[in-house]
Design a protein around this ligand. Structure first.
Ligand SMILES: [Zn+2]
Length: 385
């Protein structure tokens, strides 16, 4: 092994410091346990299963790990339950931006469903403005701590509800004001995205961007619908595209029509490895389709989905992938550039993020091995003082 190879395998600290880009993260899936406890107390929310932050954090992880959809959904009833006031939304959004920045994320698109935060009497507009205010506050605090992060919001409509067009219009009204796109989420079974065609058609007429949760639990038909009926710019998960890829015993790989389309058109896949392990979409990190999809040069990106429920962060996701697939800093850069290319902000800004932030960041990390010798030598000389 040459020193170059050693240097190219990122250490946990390098993984954390590497500039990362996150496209698929739920605001109500990333709260700090201590914040949930405090918000519950302030807002007289009495439904929490635990009031000790540490125990509560474990409860969330175990409920999400349980394999029971009911328990998994219960986790969100608690996070959403404490996010019903303006102050709570500002705080949660600010801490989200702060935590992501601390984790080395330089650009994030964080999504939430405004319609789930109206129980305390807020209007849809007030919800959006509170979250935007929180993101700006979090960006400011991150800057004070020496980090740079930019956070855009995606407005999510719930599949089972009938407000998709209203939320799409809301997303359009707040574009250029912190909202960068639209999303559809919720149970895939029984609620195909085609139920919300009016929302997608409206956004297309407005030249706006959207992603659709598809191909997570459900297979190819949901991916096909999201792309060919709804016109999604990106696939939320999309991991089941693997069902349209055949790997023969001699190593030959054959792509079906849909998988070919997804790769040829460079459709971004918002892959969320840890989340997929919890929902059973993959058995282990090593068996996660991301390995093959990366090898086949799909527009694959790495995401957290729900940091609290999956006990994860971008750093942890990459740590798992580095361990499972031997990824290097070059691989990390490839995923990060892929994600940045797929972001919903304007092309010139994406390009500047890639050329002026992401590539220089990786170049600096990759060159660290050159200076290691010098550092340890001077360390021994200076050992007296
Ligand atoms: Zn998701």
């Amino acid at each position: 092994m040459t020193s170059q190879t050693i240097a190219n395998t990122p250490t946990p600290d390098q993984i954390r410091r590497a500039p990362k880009v996150l496209l698929h993260d739920h605001l109500d899936g990333g709260l700090r346990p201590a914040t949930i406890v405090e918000l519950a107390r302030e807002n007289a929310y009495t439904q929490l299963p635990e009031t000790d932050p540490e125990k509560l954090g474990i409860w969330f992880r175990e409920a999400a790990d349980s394999g029971s959809l009911e328990r998994y959904l219960e986790t969100f009833s608690h996070t959403v339950g404490v996010m019903q006031t303006r102050d709570a939304l500002v705080r949660v959004a600010a801490e989200c931006a702060e935590d992501l920045a601390e984790d080395g994320v330089v650009y994030a698109e964080v999504r939430y469903a405004p319609e789930q935060h109206l129980e305390g009497g807020l209007s849809l507009e007030e919800v959006v403005e509170a979250v935007n205010e929180g993101f700006r506050e979090g960006e400011r605090r991150a800057r004070e701590n020496g980090h740079r992060i930019r956070v855009g919001a995606l407005l999510t409509a719930m599949r089972h509800a009938a407000r998709a067009l209203e939320i799409a219009e809301l997303a359009n009204r707040y574009r250029d004001l912190g909202v960068v796109g639209f999303d559809i989420a919720g149970a895939e079974a029984g609620y195909p995205p085609t139920r919300h065609l009016d929302a997608f058609e409206y956004l297309k007429r407005e030249n706006n961007h959207f992603t659709i949760h598809a191909g997570e639990a459900f297979g190819l038909p949901s991916i096909w619908q999201a792309l060919q009926w709804c016109g999604a710019d990106r696939l939320g998960h999309g991991v089941r595209i693997i069902d349209d890829i055949q790997v023969h015993e001699d190593g030959r790989v054959e792509l079906g029509r849909l998988a070919s389309y997804v790769r040829d058109k460079r459709i971004p896949l918002e892959l969320c490895p840890s989340s997929n392990l919890q929902t059973g979409a993959a058995a282990s990190y090593a068996e996660h389709p991301i390995g093959l999809l990366r090898r086949l040069h799909f527009r694959a990106t790495v995401n957290t989905d729900n940091r609290l429920m999956s006990y994860t962060s971008m750093t942890r996701e990459f740590e798992h992938l580095v361990e499972a697939f031997g990824y290097t800093l070059d691989d990390m850069q490839w995923f990060s550039v892929n994600a940045m290319k797929s972001a919903f902000i304007p092309f010139d800004e994406r390009l500047a993020m890639i050329n002026d932030v992401i590539k220089p960041g990786y170049a600096e990390l990759k060159s660290e091995w050159l200076f290691r010798q010098t550092a340890s030598t001077s360390g021994s000389v200076d050992s007296e003082g």
